[in-house]
Write a protein that binds this ligand. Structure first.
Ligand SMILES: Nc1ncnc2c1ncn2[C@@H]1O[C@H](COP(=O)(O)OP(=O)(O)OP(=O)(O)O)[C@@H](O)[C@H]1O
Length: 664
């Protein structure tokens, strides 16, 4: 009966939680140098600042500096794809390798699972010289390694839960044939054999009819965690929900890693476990899937992929998967990557397998990720076609709270620069906080650079906007909302006050690499102006800074929203694009210009208009009214008047009194 209902449903994959729940993290110059939170539960980390003294410098280490250090200290190394390989100083066997990430300098010793920052590595080498021994044993290192009590407690709890689920789950070959078929049908894996499921260690958790994907420690095959994939049928649509143990910020399973051989040189990377099962069963090729699908590629996984000479990224069947495969290939080194372009004849691996397509042929036909600087239209034509075919996805992520903005801007796209301005004290920070929160709640990995408002105050504003209530009046609900807020892929830079643009851009680059940030908010540009002594003219300084953010957005395919103060204007006049402080460069470089109009005189206190005065995407400009709710600090478009007015280009800076919806 249940099977019948399931079979009648339209299968629709909505991965709840995929890539979403990362704890808000703070990026500081110090942490840039001394490392970020760990990747794996059973890894051990170096205690911070034991041997080195922090100088607070934000300059991250470069691969040239790492190579130079290794040469100076006569440490042999092999220049790998994403990492430098050196003999591990933590094991007596010099064939055991330690991998140093070329971008961040972080290291991982796969045999001991010890990891740390570049500073930790140098400290270990100093210690080795001091000790005069050939390797650093765990005993020698014990006083330098940390295991926090709270982490331990959490680890134990997780471990109990993991064991409970794993022990209760059953192998597919132990299920009644009918039950096994039903569960396989629910996940579209009817053609996946029990042998393949066994090989990858996939079990079934019967109480919730979920698939259980194990996360094994590749070193000793002990259990580190697991992922439960459940199907929920709602109004004829099946949604797939993922739950991971330990929590998502600690779940770094490269599913399939234990199946691969040490000498394998080719791998297919997929975004979902079921895709890996399909690829492996159909082709026998080594395959792994990413822990949080297309949302991010944690660099901590890179050492495990160093052995592969050829990597095929086959991440799904839509434009987002295609964009992600291009970005991830950069981390993996594009020269060894090829990509499978989504399309009707090239669906996701599981779908291709179910349709009986030849997966070997599709993998062979993948496109090399490397490209020359000059290309012909022949190479562009399929890109252009997929843009035309997927106009909705090309338009970007839609705001849930600002439908009027969707009408004008169409969506939030990667790689663009948005300039946002408005009169002093008009509510710029408050608005942009909700604007960014809305996107973040939909899985846009977000990094905040709030130079004016401290992070605590900013987080308080965001939490109020998130919970839509004054939490000071219901403190008993604080933990519940804070727990949910913590799940957002939200990060903050700890810069406060005047900053140097280079440190800010370096931190942003690092965050993109580590956390696949898609949206950076800089509030506001004026805080970088005082630090540039190269220029005597302040307009030239601003042009230089805007240019740097523009370049960053394009090169990293990351959206930057830049808040800029307006010039001094008459209180009774509306702002215009030309009111943005500085020369015309800011508005020329920007893809979008948004102005928060403070129409005190006409509309009374609280009323604002949001004006889009430049839109490179499709040229529509316009304005709509916003009403402010003081208790939730949120903006809504006023209900009384017609919503969006698209303004003709020539008078685009004027705000109309009445705003009837009408195409220009
Ligand atoms: N539409 C509004 N009506 C009334 N008060 C508002 C409105 N929007 C924001 N505020 C309040 O005004 C104060 C200033 O807001 P905010 O800091 O967002 O302004 P700002 O434009 O970023 O300021 P600055 O120009 O100093 O950067 C806050 O207390 C905020 O809650």
């Amino acid at each position: 009966m249940w099977l019948n209902t399931m079979m009648r449903c339209v299968f629709h994959r909505v991965i709840a939680g995929r890539g979403q729940p990362l704890l808000p993290r703070v990026l500081t110059p110090a942490r840039l140098k001394h490392g970020f939170a760990s990747a794996g539960v059973s890894r051990r980390h170096f205690k911070k600042d034991l041997l080195s003294i922090l100088d607070g410098s934000v300059t991250p280490v470069t691969v040239t500096e790492i190579r130079q250090y290794l040469r100076e200290n006569m440490i042999s190394f092999h220049d790998g794809y994403s990492c430098l390989h050196v003999p591990s100083p933590f094991t007596p066997n010099k064939d055991n390798l330690l991998f140093i990430d070329k971008t961040t300098g972080r290291f991982l010793c796969k045999d001991t699972l010890l990891e740390g920052t570049w500073e930790d590595f140098k400290d270990s080498m100093d210690l080795l010289t001091k000790e005069g021994s050939s390797f650093l044993s765990p005993e020698t290192l014990s006083s330098y390694l940390q295991d926090s009590d709270s982490e331990d407690g959490e680890r134990q709890l997780n471990h109990m839960e993991i064991s409970r689920i794993w022990n209760k789950a059953v192998w597919f070959h132990d299920l009644e044939e009918e039950d096994a078929q039903l569960i396989k049908a629910m996940f579209n894996i009817s053609k996946i054999t029990n042998t393949t499921l066994n090989k990858f260690g996939v079990k079934c958790f019967q109480p919730t009819k979920s698939l259980v994907f194990p996360w094994y420690n590749p070193r000793d095959l002990t259990m580190k965690g697991l992922k439960l994939l459940s199907a929920m049928c709602q109004a004829d649509v099946v949604n797939y929900i993922e739950t991971v143990y330990p929590g998502p910020s600690h779940y770094h399973n490269l599913f399939g890693i234990t199946v691969m051989g040490k000498k394998d040189t080719e791998v297919v990377i997929t975004s979902q476990e079921v895709d890996s099962l399909a690829v492996h069963q159909a082709t026998g090729i080594t395959t792994v899937s990413l822990p949080r699908g297309i949302n991010c590629f944690p660099p901590v996984l890179l050492p495990y992929l160093e052995q592969f000479k050829r990597i095929t990224l086959w991440l799904g069947d839509d434009l987002r998967a295609w964009e992600a495969s291009k970005l991830f290939s950069r981390k993996l080194s594009i020269k060894r990557c090829s990509l499978i372009r989504p399309g009707d004849t090239q669906p996701s691996p599981l779908k291709a397998f179910s349709l009986g397509l030849n997966l070997n042929k599709l993998i062979k036909a993948s496109l090399p990720a490397s490209h020359k600087s000059i290309i012909s239209f022949r190479q562009l034509r399929s890109d252009v076609f997929s843009q035309l075919e997927n106009t909705e996805q090309v338009a970007g992520v839609k705001w849930a709270r600002f439908p009027e903005l969707n009408k004008l801007l169409k969506g939030h796209r990667k790689g663009e620069l948005t300039i946002f301005t408005g009169p002093t004290g008009s509510g710029k920070t408050t608005f942009i906080s909700e604007y960014a929160l809305d996107l973040c709640m939909q899985g846009v990995n977000t990094l905040w650079g709030s130079f004016e408002l401290g992070n605590v105050r900013l987080a308080k504003v965001m939490l109020t906007q998130f919970s839509l209530q004054r939490l000071e009046e219901s403190l008993d609900q604080y933990d519940e909302w804070a727990d949910r807020f913590e799940e957002l892929p939200l990060y903050f830079m700890t810069f406060h006050g005047e900053q140097n643009i280079k440190s800010v851009i370096d931190t942003m680059k690092h965050a993109v690499y580590m956390y696949d940030i898609n949206h950076v908010i800089i509030d506001n540009l004026q805080f970088m102006m005082g630090q540039e002594h190269l220029f005597s003219d302040k307009f030239a300084v601003q042009d230089y800074i805007v240019g740097a953010f523009r370049k960053f957005a394009t090169e990293n395919d990351c959206h930057v929203t830049l808040v800029i103060h307006p010039r001094k204007e008459d209180d009774d006049k509306e702002l215009q694009t030309s009111s943005i402080f500085g020369s015309a460069k800011a508005s020329q470089e920007a893809d979008n210009v948004l102005i928060l109009q403070d129409r005190k005189l006409v509309s009374g206190p609280g009323k604002r208009h949001l004006q889009l005065s430049k839109n490179r995407f499709d040229g529509d400009v316009g304005v709509f009214a916003l009403e402010f709710n003081k208790s939730t600090l949120t903006f809504t478009s006023s209900k009384s008047k017609a919503k969006v007015k698209k303004v003709a280009k020539e008078n685009e800076d004027a705000v109309p009194d009445q705003a009837p919806a009408k195409k220009k």
